[in-house]
Design a protein around this ligand. Structure first.
Ligand code: NDP
Length: 265
């Protein structure tokens, strides 16, 4: 038997349609952020990517433009309040609206808990959690008028303890609680706030981890029911769903996209 071919029910295609919408993706110049930016662009959104490296920004901007996206790259360090305000202001000036914010920028330093300096602790909390707070507060005045969608990128360490990543896990646990608090506070403004929790994904971030931890590559495959590492593109469709009108009744969730990692005992 061949599967039936049929038109999607009325409204289903519209559920994922981002035409006319504008999305800011922090850390959108590489890895998971760039894949999410590609997905949002393919669904019709105009894209603003933000990162600290001009070279990575330019390269990603060119890649997205060649794929047909309307895109602008801005240099911003999202641990800095003034950069976040400038990012939101320049995105709004260029596009006239901000509908979607993906708080994706982040980093990690792996070591035993007792080996972190206070400076490293603050750096990791700032990069992964305070950054999401600052970028969100910068877009709030625009989103409050129009409604919007905020997607925060958490981690499996939002759920599980990782002995080699105490500040990272604390920051990513905080990302989920920030998500729930904002979802509760801002549903009245038509702002939906959700998190995506990636499993182990092949990016620059985890290449560093694999270099430092000899058996990590095989351990991840053994621990992941899907039997493979994730690819950045695995995250794109979940982000499109949470950015689009199809998820208007979804807020405050933390969605694992992890090949079953979080499900397995
Ligand atoms: P990458 O290292 O590939 O990308 C990180 C991105 O964040 C880069 O674009 C970087 O750009 C940007 N960035 C970092 N710090 C800042 C900052 N202060 N201001 C602005 N931009 C910044 O990592 P991934 O793609 O793997 O990670 C993306 C997100 O996904 C992170 O939040 C990470 O914690 C999370 N994650 C990743 C997993 C994985 O397995 N890869 C698993 C779970 C979660 P630039 O250098 O130009 O500033």
């Amino acid at each position: 038997m061949t599967p039936s071919r049929h038109q999607p029910p009325p409204g289903l295609a519209a559920a994922f349609d981002l035409s006319g919408k504008v999305a800011i993706v922090t850390g959108g110049n590489g890895g998971i952020g760039l894949a999410i930016a590609r997905g949002l662009a393919a669904a019709g959104a105009g894209i603003v990517i933000a990162g600290r490296s001009d070279e990575k920004n330019r390269r990603a901007e060119r890649d997205l433009a060649e794929a047909g996206a309307t895109v602008m790259a801005l240099n911003a360090d999202v641990t800095r309040e003034e950069d976040c305000k400038r990012l939101a202001a320049e995105a709004f000036a260029a596009f006239g609206r901000i509908d979607i914010l993906v708080n994706n920028a982040g980093t990690n330093v792996r070591k035993q808990p007792e080996e972190y300096s206070l400076e490293e602790w603050h750096m990791l909390l700032d990069a992964n959690l305070t950054s999401a707070f600052l970028a969100t507060m910068a877009v709030f005045p625009m989103m409050k008028r129009t409604g919007g969608k905020i997607i925060n990128i958490g981690s499996m360490t939002s759920l599980f303890g990782a002995g080699f990543a105490a500040p990272y896990g604390a920051s990513k646990g905080g990302v989920v609680q920030l998500t729930k608090a904002l979802a509760s506070a801002w549903a009245q403004h038509g702002i939906r706030v959700n998190a995506i929790l990636p499993g182990w994904i092949e990016t620059d971030l985890t290449i560093r981890g694999r270099a430092a931890t000899p058996h990590l590559h095989d351990q991840v495959i053994a621990r992941t029911p899907a039997g493979r590492w994730g690819r950045p593109d695995d995250l794109a469709a979940a982000a499109v769903f949470l950015a689009g009108p199809g998820s208007d009744f979804v807020t405050g969730i933390a969605l694992p996209v992890d090949g079953g990692y979080a499900a397995q005992a």
